[in-house]
Write a protein that binds this ligand. Structure first.
Ligand code: ATP
Ligand code: MG
Length: 351
């Protein structure tokens, strides 16, 4: 039996950060042998909040950085397809077909849409942004994926994809699997500023490609317990971003437990807690940095990977769209018209 499939990806709005890793990338790397994987660089999705010319001009470079981040984390391009969304035009046609299988009030209830509008400083929601999860459904269903490894903020989008897949199958016949979301061990990683979500746009991220020095600087400036203005004041560990990160990135649990105990008693300074955290994060990032620089040196490699992946996805897209139209009876309409027109033309020529 052929392998089940994964589709997931990122918008080309910048380099990837620790939140992307724990929310989605870690699962992608872990599952790339078990599943046939498709990773999308979702530049059309970027347009829903960033349609500016500058943002579009930056797609090429950002896509390049994204692929480097993937490779650095251990994605193997010989096993997985990495492709550029806007170069596979079938997605627009699928999107349009799916738009008719979902209502406006249903889309208005998707929580992340308002969050995205807010963080992009949009006072009113563009038509395309409202349709963000519908376009995402088209991405996911294009290779007929079964599993979607994403962060918590994307869970409601996969739920909508499931509804669309079921509705399509009920109306027209079984074309799509109903995909499951797979949320990472850390569903939403907090930002270095204590904000609920680490996010490129909020300037509260530690990038996978940050240097050791940059990590040290960012960790030193991290938000901790604001009530603890001196090292001898007992501090709060629960919900404290510094300890949340220690729990995730520091494998030395004895050290973490000791720091927590001393912090709660007012017996350790922030400097020590943060220095140990920076060291742990740097240990985690070091092999990623090393692989990144190896790939960075190979000119044109990233573009070759993207080109090959996009060509493969085009085949999948053409196949799926054909199956959809067949199931819907749409292709039959045009076929009949063409046949009758051809017959009429021949008849005229004979006369
Ligand atoms: P940002 O919010 O940092 O600008 P983004 O949300 O634009 O990034 P996307 O391309 O929308 O990035 O998301 C890519 C994937 O990474 C999604 O699956 C998303 O859920 C996940 N993700 C992004 N930020 C986090 C986070 N802080 N914690 C966990 N998962 C995250
Ligand atoms: Mg997002």
């Amino acid at each position: 039996m052929s392998k089940k499939r994964i589709l997931t990806g990122d918008r080309p709005t910048g380099k990837l950060h620790l939140g992307h890793y724990v929310g989605s990338l870690k699962n992608r790397v872990a599952l790339q042998d078990k599943y046939e994987c498709f990773f999308i660089i979702a530049d059309l999705h970027m347009l829903t909040t960033k349609p500016s010319r500058e943002a579009i001009e930056a797609i090429g470079q950002n896509a390049h950085e994204l692929v480097l981040d993937y490779l650095a984390c251990g994605i193997d391009p010989s096993k997985s397809v990495i492709y550029l969304q806007s170069a596979v035009h079938e997605v627009c046609e699928m999107n349009l077909i799916f738009e008719n299988l979902v209502t406006v009030p249903r889309l208005q209830r998707v929580p992340s849409i308002k969050d995205m509008a807010k963080s992009a400083n949009l006072t009113e929601i563009p038509f395309g942004l409202l349709g963000y999860p519908v376009l995402q459904a088209a991405d996911i269903l294009m290779p007929r994926a079964h599993l979607v490894p994403v962060g918590k903020d994307n869970e409601s989008h996969v739920e909508l994809t499931r509804e669309i897949a079921r509705r399509f199958n009920t109306l027209y016949g079984e074309v799509f699997p109903v995909p499951d979301a797979m949320i990472g061990d850390v569903p939403t990683l907090v930002g270095t500023d204590g904000n609920a979500k680490m996010s490129k746009s909020l300037n509260n991220s530690i990038m996978l490609s940050d240097s050791a020095k940059e990590v040290e600087k960012k960790v030193a400036g991290m938000y901790t317990d604001p009530a603890r203005i001196r090292a001898d004041i007992p501090g709060k560990v629960k919900g404290n971003p510094v300890f949340i990160y220690h729990d995730i990135f520091n494998p030395d649990t004895a050290e973490v437990d000791d720091l927590k105990e001393r912090y709660k008693k007012g017996k350790v300074g922030d400097v020590e807690v943060k220095q140990k955290l920076a060291a742990a994060i740097n240990n985690f990032l070091e092999p990623i940095r090393e692989r990144r620089s190896q790939y960075e040196g190979q000119k044109g490699l990233v573009e070759e990977i993207l080109f090959e992946g996009t060509m493969k996805m085009r085949e999948e897209a053409a196949f799926t769209l054909k199956e959809m139209k067949k199931a819907m009876g749409l292709s039959g309409v045009w076929n009949k018209i063409s046949r009758k027109a051809e017959e009429a033309r021949k008849k005229r020529e004979r006369a």
